[in-house]
Design a protein. Structure first.
Length: 474
């Protein structure tokens, strides 16, 4: 080792510092046992790390070997970067317009809230859950690691735009992923019941929880019996569920409420995001709205609904005022969905919570360590927390609740939970329809838009140059 060049010792020092800091960050000190491999790679060279590139005659390895070497290194580097530092995310829907646009490519920071150790560590980089074209899993179910989040720069705050794994995406019919499996079961059960009244039980339901489970059991059978329509029903671990991006509107402990489209936290009205949108009913004097109008107002083809004289358009407050001032506009009015008492409009899908999309709550966000009383009325709120998110077994017998085989009149939350909404409030599938977002589903925080492409236009007109490296305002 006396003949080892100084530069190699310097490289070893840098690699050692990075490795030790990483081990401390991860908190698994048994990884220090791997340090001799790093030392050997730089100094002793006892292990032939490049054995597969060596040729018998000592000549330069073939181009295929060199390309394979570069590709493997690149994939490993991308895999580690995606786990611990950042990843790319593309906005697929209009749920956050006009704050973020369809076609925005986001730089998502994992260190803002602390990166998670993967539940499924053996996975192909750059693919969330399914290889395109061949439609096979991009990860292995074994080994499976429990949830662990490393230290980050902060915690999720109210009004942050957040990327997270879709909570209702644990079970997915492969050919039909929207709406989610649970809403799909409910709708299929209701439809089947309407077609065949003989399926209706003779005794009335004792609770909405019982009614919902009865409908979902029927719907589950419908989905399982029609693989041509729905495909194979798959289970996905937390880190392999689809990525969603929404705005966090309530954090653990908050009392969340919507009154006539206005959010209230702990009884106080909050400031709305600058670019928040609602649907407006727009009536013209008979004039048909053309492409020039929609482009001027900034409405994509997917959001253009209605025919003259009645249109239903998502608009910001400023755009609504602009439309109102146009001479051919007869009237313009924001939509407001009222509760109808059915119990089927929004989560938790119970007539005991007579809520709607635009008049919702009050609902308290679950907080780790806090205890709530349990009964058949509020079980619809907390069932998925108890079972799907926190891993308990729940049974109901004679209107008595049993958790892990024991009679339960209360429950203590193990994790924190958040409420997520889209800024395009009337065109967003969000927590109003599938409930709370657990802390272990949080992926990261969008920092900036590094590329933006308008899907309604062809190249190069589709490039939104003004959005390049635009900071995401949280």
């Amino acid at each position: 080792m006396q003949n080892v060049a100084r530069i190699k010792w310097i490289k070893l020092g840098i690699a050692s510092l990075v490795f030790i800091l990483w081990v401390v960050w991860v908190g698994s000190f048994w990884l220090l046992l791997l340090y001799p491999l790093i030392f050997d790679n730089y100094i002793t060279k006892k292990i032939p790390w490049d054995f597969w590139k060596k040729t018998k005659d000592g000549k330069k390895p073939s181009a295929i070997i060199e390309w394979a070497d570069a590709l493997i290194f690149a994939l490993l580097a991308v895999y580690m970067i995606n786990i611990f530092l950042f990843q790319n995310y593309k906005i697929p829907t209009s749920s956050l317009e006009k704050s973020l646009l369809v076609g925005d490519h986001l730089f998502v920071s994992k260190v803002s809230y602390g990166p998670r150790m993967p539940n499924t560590p053996i996975a192909f980089p750059l693919v969330q859950n399914t290889f395109p074209i061949i439609n096979t899993k991009s990860y292995t179910s074994w080994p499976h690691w429990d949830y662990k989040r490393l230290k980050g720069f902060g915690n999720v705050k109210r009004d942050d735009i957040v990327v997270f794994n879709f909570p209702a995406g644990d079970t997915v019919p492969f050919k039909q992923t929207n709406p989610d499996y649970y809403n799909l079961m409910m709708e299929a059960g209701k439809s089947q019941l309407m077609r065949n009244q003989e399926l209706m039980p003779k005794q009335p339901f004792s609770s909405d929880w019982e009614r919902n489970h009865y409908l979902m059991d029927i719907g589950r059978q419908v989905i399982a019996s029609d693989p041509n329509t729905f495909g194979e029903v798959l289970y996905r671990p937390v880190d392999r569920r689809d990525n969603y991006v929404k705005r966090c509107v309530a954090v653990p402990g908050d009392v969340f409420e919507i009154r006539s489209n206005q959010i209230y936290i702990n009884g106080t009205a909050v400031d709305n995001p600058e670019d928040i949108q609602h649907n407006y009913k727009v009536q013209t004097d008979g004039t048909a709205l053309n492409d020039r109008f929609f482009e001027r107002i900034g409405i994509s083809k997917a959001d253009q609904q209605g025919i003259a004289p009645n249109y239903y358009l998502p608009l910001t407050k400023d755009k609504a005022e602009q439309v109102k001032s146009m001479p051919f506009i007869k009237s313009i009015q924001v939509e407001e969905e009222k509760p109808n008492g059915s119990g089927f409009q929004v989560f938790p899908f119970s007539s005991d919570y007579n809520w709607s999309r635009d008049n919702y709550g009050p609902l308290t966000m679950p907080k780790a360590g806090e205890t709530v009383d349990l009964n058949m009325k509020n079980l619809v709120l907390y069932e998925r927390i108890i079972t799907a998110y926190e891993g308990n077994k729940l049974n109901v017998k004679d209107n008595q609740i049993y958790i892990n085989g024991e009679l339960a009149s209360s429950y203590t939350f193990k994790m924190n939970y958040f409420f997520m909404l889209g800024d395009n409030r009337h065109k967003s599938a969000d927590s109003r329809y599938w409930g709370f977002v657990p802390e272990d589903h949080i992926v990261g925080k969008p920092i900036l838009v590094w590329l933006s492409l308008d899907k309604d236009k062809g190249f190069p007109a589709n490039i939104r140059w003004d959005r390049f490296f635009k900071i995401v305002h949280n």
